[in-house]
Design a protein around this ligand. Structure first.
Ligand SMILES: [Zn+2]
Length: 442
């Protein structure tokens, strides 16, 4: 064991739950220089400059949440009973009504919520990507940011019509390129930029081709929605004569750098193609089930697709998401499939590996110190037997008490340390009030 440095922190008396490993009771974990320097039995822990008493609590890696649009929580609690994805649903606030500043204020609330729910790494993409990156700089999340690129006219889309708006395509493509120049690698690499075409139906073939060209040249990942709705599948089949999965394959986008959200409306040939390509699925079981759909996740995985988890525009609760992934898979299979350990792996190390960060999502010496401590007094977290079962089947974002990202203590005793939480909440609600008044003709 190396001698302790002045910034060293010993998190003492915890039950360590790291994916793929048995629960370690009576353990301690030392953080130094933003990394986990040591884990082991607490009796063997060397003293450090600072100590946090874990009080026997469950200690997990920070969650990796691979698909979000934080400003879209403005429609949360309403859109679920009206339609599916907000862009396709009339009668609710639309993204193109938001100013950059309003996008920032909403993103800041969404990112604060993610952090307080134990997510330390997120992928966040939407229009005004600069505003999302500014929010990430402030909230302290490790963030992969994208600018939502599309050339389907937003107003027509909300009414179910596809009309090409070439100027929108050019502008959003430029925003995405500017984002990379301005933000990729910011704050010591904590903020990174990705390509983010919205979906195969809201991007013309030409626009997708342009993104494929950019991604092939710079090697950055491509995040998108894929096979999200029958509307998308029908539109692409009518326009291009093939399925959305086939279209991305034709354009050279179907490869391990692709992060496809949803993947619900796929046929056998699509599943085989996606598996062969080794793409990443961003599985959003809560959002999917809310509009009555279950993605064939296990068939996709069997074919070779790598599965990650995300909360998309719903609450930032990855506990609920892990649980719902199991429920959705069992409801679809009508069989006892999938287990807690597997979905816990998807939500932590699996997501980290997918994003190219194999030193994340695990509580092991040498890994980045993204660490979450749960509430030692929460009755729903008992009994602890193997640890992973109770966390997945009974845990909640409300149980998160402490969150560290790269060793920085971003949530302490349930409160964000960098942010004025009251102001963040108040300013976001004011934006929501104004936009909902407009949506209702006020
Ligand atoms: Zn989405």
């Amino acid at each position: 064991m190396s001698p302790s440095t002045p910034d060293a922190l010993l998190i003492d008396d915890v039950q360590l739950l790291s994916p793929g490993r048995p629960l370690q009771r009576g353990a301690a974990l030392r953080i130094e220089g933003g990394r986990i320097a040591w884990t082991g039995p607490r009796a063997q822990a060397a003293p450090a400059a600072r100590r946090l008493d874990g009080r026997g609590v469950l200690c997990l890696p920070g969650f990796v949440n691979t698909h979000n649009h934080t400003p879209l929580m403005i429609v949360r609690g309403m859109v679920e009973d009206l339609g599916f994805a907000p862009a396709y649903t009339p009668g609710i606030p639309q993204g193109h009504w938001l100013s950059d500043e309003e996008t920032f204020l909403l993103a800041r609330l969404g990112q604060m919520e993610l952090l307080m729910a134990g997510c330390t790494t997120v992928v966040d993409y939407y229009r005004s990507p600069d505003a999302l990156a500014r929010a990430a700089l402030e909230t302290g999340l490790r963030a992969f940011i994208g600018g939502r690129v599309m050339d389907a006219d937003s107003a027509a889309l909300a009414e179910g019509r596809f009309e090409r708006d070439a100027a929108l395509g050019e502008r959003t493509l430029r925003d995405g390129v500017d984002l990379i120049a301005r933000w990729d690698g910011a704050d010591g690499g904590r903020i990174r930029a990705v390509h983010a075409p919205h979906a195969p139906d809201t991007c013309s073939r030409g626009l997708l081709q342009e993104i494929a060209r950019l991604a092939a040249a710079d090697g950055r990942p491509v995040h998108t929605h894929l096979a999200q709705s029958p509307l998308e599948v029908d539109h692409v089949r009518a326009r291009d004569g093939i399925s959305p999965v086939q279209l991305l394959d034709d354009l050279g986008l179907l490869n391990p750098a692709l992060f496809a959200a949803h993947g619900i409306f796929v046929d056998e040939a699509d599943i085989a193609r996606a598996g062969q390509a080794g793409l990443h699925l961003c599985h959003a079981p809560i959002g999917n089930a809310t509009f009555g759909a279950f993605a064939p996740v296990l068939a996709l995985r069997q074919a070779g697709v790598k599965v990650t988890l995300c909360t998309d525009t719903k609450s930032a609760d990855m506990f609920e998401t892990m649980r719902m992934a199991i429920v959705a898979a069992r409801a679809r299979a009508q069989a006892f499939v999938l287990d807690a350990a597997t979905v816990f792996g998807w939500a932590t190390a699996g997501g980290a590996d997918a994003l190219g960060l194999p030193d994340l999502g695990r509580l092991e010496a040498g890994c980045r110190a993204d660490v979450v401590l749960l509430d030692p007094e929460a009755p729903n977290l008992l009994p602890v037997v193997d640890g992973v079962g109770i966390v997945v089947h009974a845990g909640s974002a409300a149980n998160v008490r402490h969150v560290f990202r790269d060793g920085e203590h971003l949530v302490a005793d349930g409160r964000p340390t960098r942010l004025d939480a009251q102001a963040v909440r108040r300013e976001a609600q004011a934006v929501a009030d104004r936009l909902w008044a407009r949506a209702r003709g006020g």
